[in-house]
Ligand binder design. Sequence first.
Ligand SMILES: Nc1nc2c(ncn2[C@@H]2O[C@H](COP(=O)(O)O[C@H]3[C@@H](O)[C@H](n4cnc5c(=O)[nH]c(N)nc54)O[C@@H]3COP(=O)(O)O)[C@@H](O)[C@H]2O)c(=O)[nH]1
Length: 664
Amino acid sequence: MADVDGLQVMDAIIEHRIDTCVIVVSGDVSIDSAISALRHGAYDFLRKPYEPDELLLKIENALIKRRLEKENKAMNLQLGESERWYRYMVNSSPDIIYTLDGNGRFTFLNDRVEPLLGYRKESLIGQHYSALVYLEDLESARYILNEKRVGDRASRNMELRVRHNIESKLLTLEFSSFGMYQEGVTDQPARHVGTYGVAKDVTERKKAEQIISYQAYHDQLTGLANRILFKDHLDLAIAQAKRNQKMLAVMFLDVDRFKVVNDTLGHVIGDNLLKKVASRLKGCLREGDTLARQGGDEFTLLLPQIEDREDAMRTAEKMIKSFDVPFQIEGHELYVTISIGVALYPADGEFIDVLIKNADIAMYDSKAKGRNRYQLYSGNMNVSFAEKLSIEMQMRKAIDRKEFQVFYQPQICVSTGMISGMEALVRWSSPLHGSLSPLEFIPLAEETGLILSIGEFVLRSTCKQAMLWKNAGLPPMRMAVNISSLQIEQDGFCDCITQLLQEYHLDGSMLELEVTEGALLSDGEQMIAKLKMLSSMGIKIALDDFGTGYSSLSYLQKFPIDTIKIDQSFVRGLPSDPNNVSIVTAICAMAHGLKMNLIAEGVEKPEQLRFLHSLDCNEAQGFLFSKPLPGNEITGLLMRNGPLAPPAFYSGQSESNIQTHRVG
Ligand SMILES: Nc1nc2c(ncn2[C@@H]2O[C@H](COP(=O)(O)O[C@H]3[C@@H](O)[C@H](n4cnc5c(=O)[nH]c(N)nc54)O[C@@H]3COP(=O)(O)O)[C@@H](O)[C@H]2O)c(=O)[nH]1
């Protein structure tokens, strides 16, 4: 180039930002010219004359340098990019991300801390975590935010309450924390340098959990403790009283004639009254006492620490007196009284259920003595009367409280061992009286008329269960239900049965009604007409407990009876008791003669079954095959679809060789 020298070229390269590498080849050998070239951005300088290899080496070096520069630049770009990503991700995390130094001071916080806790993150850097954590949770915080232990012993997750900076509220954060350790020099343990972790806002979840747990332990209407919480408190109080050799009192309270208020003024006023009753009773109590609603108009009270029985009596008197003032509800002035029963620990019982039950018995005693009073439990009390009254009251509420359940007991075809039917048997689990046998409550249910609703519940449950089994593809099966005479006598009984069969899409032949001899005789002509009507719908009629009552052959012909059930009291003595043998033999012969189906109840032993088999008894039922079981357990049995009595029963093999299929 004639008009420009090399330095000018380099200036132009710089000026135009040309990305290249310049090697200056010059005849000027002075050091100044070399310095000047380098100052103008030359990468290298080569003096003339030079060897070609010298130039090649410089070019190669220049190329290597350029490649390294490019790679470095790309790497920096990538680093910058991933740094931006990392910041973006950390800062847009829905949770707080933090690091703390070994002294528990924040060294890093992501942006989330500001919207969540109202702190600028800069203001927290260098601050100790105690600036955030609620005072009561500081001790726990120490474990997770300054955790120096390693491995399984280290605390990793913990919920802590944290203060909001601006709003006066506490948030619950779930901390997941990890210790940071610096590797030590050989043989030295790693040094704890701090903690890093994530804190998630679980305030709403916590609130929901608290609501759920509150609802599980409190009565929704009155806000009082419910039975579960009451029993919990009583359990604790008994343990404490035992340790300190102290007394405690349990009271059962019932609003007198509450039903009248409910029935005449309606449920809304009834509910309002219960709320006011609850708060008036609470007004008579001390802080540590527990007042609970058992359900309906029943309350229980625990006085965990009393010196003597007079203490309990004074509280009971105070509560009764507080009802002297009428309740004002929606313009109604209601004069209400309460009856109270008191049981004392340890004199009247040492266990939860005994104390509550005895307080309940004492309460019924005070009702019997005229209401609006309290009564201390006494062993001499007319327990049977009070208990009967108590069972009756509990039974009235048991259906709504879903305390009844229907169990099923298989009936077996004696010749094949296969299930031929199921008998539905009601069970009642009362929170106050425990598991009661139908023998304890069915007679009372009949006496009080409650058998009507219990009976309907059993019929409905059985039909529903039959439908479920049918829908599950199991073969249709006869379902036997015990029916009390009161049910049959009720107007509309046949309609009710028809409706249930329709509702659950069942054929009449799937249902068998078990009636007792006594029931048949209770309402002569009407009864015959109704049973005939049911029979015409395909419904089977079984005569239960045969042999224990009148055993009149005339009604076997008058009534449309399909099945005779030999009472278990005759089966029990088979085959050794000659009386039982004669009676069962006669019943079998009679049933065969009348072409009736025959079921033997209460079969418990293989030899009883063998004997019944020898008499050609059609079916058997008893613990030998299965106890009455809940529907879901019977489902498994039905699915197995095998005999419950294997042929070995009949072959006379020794009992030890017989494989029983007993269940339940
Ligand atoms: N009106 C209604 N009466 C009902 C209803 N549910 C039951 N009952 C009647 O209560 C009586 C007692 O019944 P439960 O305690 O259920 O006893 C039944 C079986 O568990 C029992 N059983 C069966 N197998 C054996 C056995 O091998 N040994 C043995 N010791 N007991 C056994 O027998 C009872 C069967 O009763 P049933 O066939 O009806 O005679 C009872 O009279 C029931 O009828 C109901 O819903 N309504």
